[in-house]
Design a protein around this ligand. Sequence first.
Ligand code: SF4
Length: 281
Amino acid sequence: MSSESVITDLVSIIKDAREHLNYLNELGVTNVETGVQSGVSPNKAGALESTNIAAAQAAATISRGTRQSVTAPPQDMLFGDIAAPPPPIIEKSFESFEQIWSDVGDCTRCPLHQGRINIVHTEGNRHARLMFVGEAPGADEDAQARPFVGRAGQLLTKIIESIGFKREDVLIGNVNRCRPPGNRPPTLEEASMCQPFLLREIAAVQPEVIVVLGNTAMRNLLDIKQGITKVRGQFQDYHGVKVMPTFHPAYLLRDPSKKKETWEDLKKVRDYLETTPRRQS
Ligand code: SF4
């Protein structure tokens, strides 16, 4: 390798490192840890929660033409001192997103269709290990028919990059696909009408971790009563998929002091994925 190409590579590495530090600064991160943690902490092992309840919920809620089936809850398996990813409860589906979206059609299943310009489908890597789910599209997303493209979306992109992923590496979607009037939170009933499409996408991709963004998305997806402040940072279960609740990027724009807590939550996700062998599909 010539000295010129070595210098070019070094300049590129320094530029990348500086950009990464800028992301972290923007997120309010001051204490950067590096390296992969070995083994699994008791917390992480404990976070592989019992899935009996999820299996029962799945059986009760998978409906309206979803094609997955629900299998027995997983047993943890160990490869040396690293926990293997639990087998999925939702069996792998071989539907394409296009088939699922064709079933969504010009959907009028819930009242949110009345004010939308576009239906905003999930986008990103269809082999992703990591998925982000918000509550519903906003004005920018509705106009562009893409999830998380406004200011909050730009911050989400930086959050994704702060844990070593690119936006195109992950999957990004919402519980509801149509913009609520006045950006009000979608109701539980509206969420339940739209959720089967999300479940079908999850069955097709089988992400290993879902980060759920904000109170409304968390409550509508997981159907739990506690608020995001209490539950954030603790892995939950969604039909056998690990879910990490954290603050919505729009909330972080209003209250930047919460970025540090979001960073702590995302580090748990990063550590889980780094210490868990990739699941074979
Ligand atoms: S939010 Fe979902 S269920 Fe409601 S109209 Fe839109 S696509 Fe249909």
